[in-house]
Design a protein around this ligand. Structure first.
Ligand code: NAP
Ligand code: ZN
Length: 349
């Protein structure tokens, strides 16, 4: 089936309208009419070929919400008319230890929602900046938020799970002082989620303009990281730091804020490496530097249910598909509070 989409034909070209095809529904497939799709900074890295291996045409988008329009004969978990979501994963081997543990995100054969290998035309997956997608039922999530919140639910499918998973893995909860570095799409969700888990949240931003806004999101304290005195006030005091920054920066400045046995987990994925941190920043207090990538399907469902229960959604700015190039430029300047979401109805116009 041919549907309308927005994507790029090369890394140095703006995104533009294109027609793409979606496969017919197989026995375990779910066809979804996409209603909204969030705009992740990974979309920019990938569509502009900042990470290795982008295939063109590239249709980004892995924060997908929509309504089921048909299901395959063997589908048991979803029905026509259900509100559902699709995040960063549309396939995996389904057999390895990672898949068996529900950690499909770490499967060596995980297929990303865009730019992943597939027998479908054109030979790589095409993402959510489109009217429709067909996905194996295993990778389709249930949404129980009220329908009027649907646009603001979309960013949970990547920004939400990417921050929820490490906060859970490192057991963040009451009594913990937790830093969230970089208050963009991921960071603002990190503040909301760590707050809902009961932690004392400290937001670290390079943007003076986000000082008050970060408090409104649930941070008890806000540090403008360019201010050395403000940083010094938190030395050796944090149990855990979630670092979402999309660009290379000085990691030592944050590692020294951890108390003994503290961990800083990197989820930001800049196009070029960070300067290597000092070994002494790690050994002096037995600190750890770690990484984490999105989350598995069961944990993504757990995160969506947690957010529905706690009334958590993203703070969004709704845009038309043809506003995507301008939205990218604004994201690169940090000028978004805090996630752009495409209204896919605009693709038909
Ligand atoms: P975003 O909305 O653009 O936010 C990134 C934030 O980083 C900015 O708002 C800014 O916050 C801070 N920042 C500081 N210096 C920066 C600079 N020179 N350039 C850009 N940002 C700077 O991005 P996002 O969608 O949250 O994604 C953040 C990173 O996570 C990206 O690299 C993305 O690819 C990656 N990511 C990783 C995973 C994973 O699984 N690990 C999943 C999704 C995304 P302040 O203004 O507060 O300083
Ligand atoms: Zn993403």
């Amino acid at each position: 089936m041919t549907v309308k989409a927005f994507g790029a034909y090369a890394g140095d070209k703006p995104l533009e309208p294109m027609d793409i095809s979606r496969r017919s529904v197989g026995p375990h497939d779910v066809r979804i009419e996409i209603v909204f799709c969030g705009v992740c900074h990974s979309d920019i890295h990938q569509v502009r070929s900042e990470w290795a291996g982008t295939l063109y045409p590239c249709v980004p988008g892995h924060e997908i919400v929509g309504r089921v329009s048909s299901v395959g004969a063997h589908v048991t978990s979803h029905q026509v008319d259900d509100l559902v979501g699709v995040g960063c994963i549309v396939d995996s081997c389904k057999r390895c230890d990672d898949c068996s543990d529900g950690l499909e995100n770490y499967c060596d054969h995980m297929v990303g929602t865009y730019n992943g290998p597939t027998p479908d035309a054109p030979g790589h997956t095409l993402g959510g900046y489109s009217q429709q997608i067909v996905v194996h039922e295993r990778y389709v999530l249930r949404i129980s938020h009220p329908e009027e919140q649907l646009a603001a639910v979309a960013p949970l499918l990547c920004a939400g799970i990417t921050t929820y998973s490490p906060l859970r893995h490192w057991n963040v909860g009451p009594g913990h002082k937790v830093g969230v570095v970089g208050i963009g799409g991921l960071g603002h969700m990190g503040i909301k989620l760590a707050n809902a888990m009961g932690a004392h949240v400290v937001a670290f931003t390079t943007s003076e303009s986000k000082r008050e806004a970060a408090k409104a999101l649930g941070a008890y304290e806000v540090v403008v990281s360019r201010n050395a005195d403000e940083m010094a006030a938190h030395i050796k005091s944090l149990d855990f730091i979630l670092n979402t920054v999309a660009a290379p920066h000085d990691l030592d400045a944050f590692l020294v804020l951890l108390k003994r046995d503290g961990t800083m987990t990197l989820v930001g994925a800049p196009a070029t490496p960070h300067p290597s941190p000092e070994v002494f920043s790690l050994i002096m207090k037995r600190r750890s530097l770690a990484g984490s990538m999105i989350g598995g399907i069961p944990e993504t469902q757990e995160m969506l249910d947690f957010c529905a229960e706690h009334g958590i959604v993203a703070d969004i700015e709704l845009i038309r598909a043809d506003g995507i190039n301008e939205a990218y430029e604004r994201m690169l300047k940090g000028d978004v509070k805090y996630r752009f979401v495409i209204d896919t109805a605009s693709l038909a116009a």
